[in-house]
Ligand binder design. Structure first.
Ligand code: FAD
Length: 384
């Protein structure tokens, strides 16, 4: 499936990294309120910042199925590790691979691949959440490029990234993507006072006050921004589905271990019918999400990613892990609320998966519209 990467070996290395480095570092990460430089270095050393990039740009040259299988592994550890990588290897890298100029690719992609440079994807605004077309950030034409002004919010890695991909409205053309390297005069970021989930990698509010961008900073051409954004977002949606599977795997293992060892009424919880129903149903749903995500990844690798298939995988997997996390808390009882178990932290973390990269309701709406369109045209639901 890959060029010169030995994939089974790489997956085994990612599995060991997850079990031996990332999971053991979680308690310290929580205490520090951030991911340690040591953990980030371990992710960089395995080349995971370049996981989605082709060899020619210094990446691992993996197909989507391989990316998804690695994500199943390292997202058994805190989802916060992935959110450090995600905006660099997913959203921004993918847009630059598909639409960047050779100069933009040469400047950024090899540095992204090593993790030396990182990127943020600055789309969301106060008035433009699910309706991303309602952007008010504006980029006005000047003699020597553009001047960008506006406010972005909820931007993952927006306070640390070496470069931001900023989406702004060019009045004559529409939504346009710009690369804004840091530092830039007029660019600032601040953190929210509180994060309820993903606490160890907070999102940022980003201000752009008359930030200058040269013509060479435009990605893909003026007015092409939404098309570009959706390319990155569809890629990220597939990875978020895989993240839900990774998180679900760990949550189910944590719940199982507790149920097998905690005794009440003279027997392990795991011997109670209701607990067995909880664990058994969770495993079946987790397996279904895993297969749906793999099927979606294979469609990418065949060169035909269907956006409805992506929506279905993202919707199902993230809703599944929300329910699974809630059940895991219930199986743990008081230990799901009090103390150092990872389960309640993961319960809060996975809640965000149903909101970003298209909230569940947006995917439901897209899928319902798809059904109606198929019906109107007399097309079958399944082919093949
Ligand atoms: C941890 C985290 C990280 C993020 N990282 C980034 C990032 O890196 N870059 C970035 O640009 N953004 C980022 N976001 C923002 C994220 O993409 C938005 O939060 C998301 O698109 C939803 O927008 P909103 O929060 O404004 O909610 P709203 O759009 O106001 O939605 C609120 C509720 O209304 C529902 N709703 C809205 N419209 C409809 C409709 N037509 N039909 C039915 N229901 C509807 C939604 O489904 C949701 O349940 C991040 C968010 C979080 C929480």
């Amino acid at each position: 499936m890959t060029g010169d990467v030995d994939f089974p070996e790489l997956r085994e290395a990612v599995r060991r990294l997850t079990d031996d480095v990332l999971i053991p570092a979680e308690q310290q990460m929580v205490a520090d309120g951030q991911v340690s430089e040591q953990s980030l270095a371990a992710l960089r050393d395995l080349g995971l910042f370049g996981m989605t990039l082709p060899h020619e740009h210094g990446g691992l040259g993996l197909g989507m199925e391989e990316q998804v299988r690695l994500t199943f592994e390292f997202t058994r550890a805190s989802a916060v590790y992935r959110s450090h990588l995600s905006t660099t290897f997913g959203l921004v890298s993918r847009v630059l691979v598909d639409f960047g100029t050779p100069e933009q690719q040469q400047t950024w992609l090899p540095r992204f691949a090593t993790g030396e440079a990182t990127a943020a994807f600055a789309l969301t605004e106060e008035a433009a959440g699910s309706d991303a077309t309602a952007l008010t950030t504006v980029a006005r034409r000047t003699a020597d490029g553009y001047r960008i002004s506006g406010s972005k919010r909820y931007i993952t890695n927006g306070h640390t990234a070496s470069v931001l991909m900023v989406f702004a409205v060019v009045p004559e053309h529409g939504i346009t993507a710009f690369l804004v390297p840091r530092p830039a005069a007029g660019l600032s970021a601040r953190l929210p006072s509180r994060m309820n989930g993903h606490a160890e990698n907070p999102v940022a509010y980003v201000e752009l006050d008359d930030v200058w961008a040269p013509d060479a900073a435009v990605v893909g051409g003026p007015g092409e921004g939404m098309r570009l954004a959706l390319t990155g977002i569809n890629h990220a949606r597939t990875h978020v589905a895989a993240t839900a599977v990774g998180q679900g795997t760990r949550l189910l293992q944590e719940a199982t271990r507790h149920a097998a060892t905690r005794e009440q009424f003279g027997a392990p919880l795991a011997e109670l019918g209701t607990v067995q129903a909880t664990l058994g149903r969770s495993l079946a749903e987790l397996a279904a999400a895993r297969e749906l995500t793999l099927a979606c990844a294979r469609a990418w690798d065949r060169g035909a990613p269907d956006r409805h298939q992506i929506s279905a995988a993202k919707l199902y997997a993230t809703e599944m892990v929300g329910q699974l996390a809630d059940r895991a808390v219930q199986v743990l009882g008081g230990a799901g609320i009090v103390g150092d178990s990872p389960v309640p932290r993961m319960w809060r973390d996975v809640r965000a998966l149903r909101i970003y990269e298209g909230a569940s309701e947006i995917h439901e709406r897209n899928l319902a519209r798809h059904l109606v369109a198929l019906d109107r045209h007399g097309l079958p639901l399944w082919t093949g």
